[in-house]
Design a protein around this ligand. Structure first.
Ligand code: SF4
Length: 151
């Protein structure tokens, strides 16, 4: 048996029977992450103690996987991507993204806050639309050029 409970999209508590439990303590759990750092998508299992400190790791294809899960344990973050409405153009939506990952908890509130925002063409690719978006140090950037329509 594998999964007993899904924590977040990329994290699962897995049954200790999947691993050598000879050194396990009752207050330790194995968690499974899917590493998203590169396309290999390694399944990384880590053992954490009751204070959420990593005590063992299996399945990481490289050291970046260990760094990824350590960061996910403390502060999960993702690059925010979305589409924002555009006026004055035949293109209706402008794709945007943050220049750096932001806290995962901010992704949905940020998407909601941009739902009624409308940009005005022309927009240059790479234009910084918002500095310090959502109170973070991230910039929100247009990722496509949007030309103004002739009408
Ligand atoms: S652990 Fe390393 S090899 Fe595996 S997905 Fe992550 S970055 Fe890629």
């Amino acid at each position: 048996m594998e999964t007993t409970k899904t924590l977040k999209a990329s994290i699962k508590i897995i049954n200790n029977n999947d691993h050598d439990t000879s050194s396990n303590q009752n207050d330790q759990n194995w968690l499974r992450f899917i590493c998203i750092v590169c396309p290999k998508s390694c399944e990384i299992d880590i053992q954490v103690d009751k204070n959420h400190h990593m005590t063992d790791i299996k399945g990481a294809g490289c050291k970046r996987g260990k760094e990824y899960v350590q960061k996910e344990l403390v502060s999960p973050s993702r690059v925010f991507t979305s589409l924002i409405k555009v006026k004055n153009s035949s293109v209706r939506m402008c794709p945007v993204r943050t220049d750096i990952p932001i806290a995962k908890d901010l992704l949905i509130p940020l998407a909601k806050s941009l739902a009624n925002v409308e940009l005005s063409a022309p927009i240059q690719q790479g234009t910084i639309l918002v500095e310090n978006i959502g109170g973070t140090t991230a910039k929100l950037i247009a990722t496509r050029e949007i030309k103004k329509s002739d009408k």
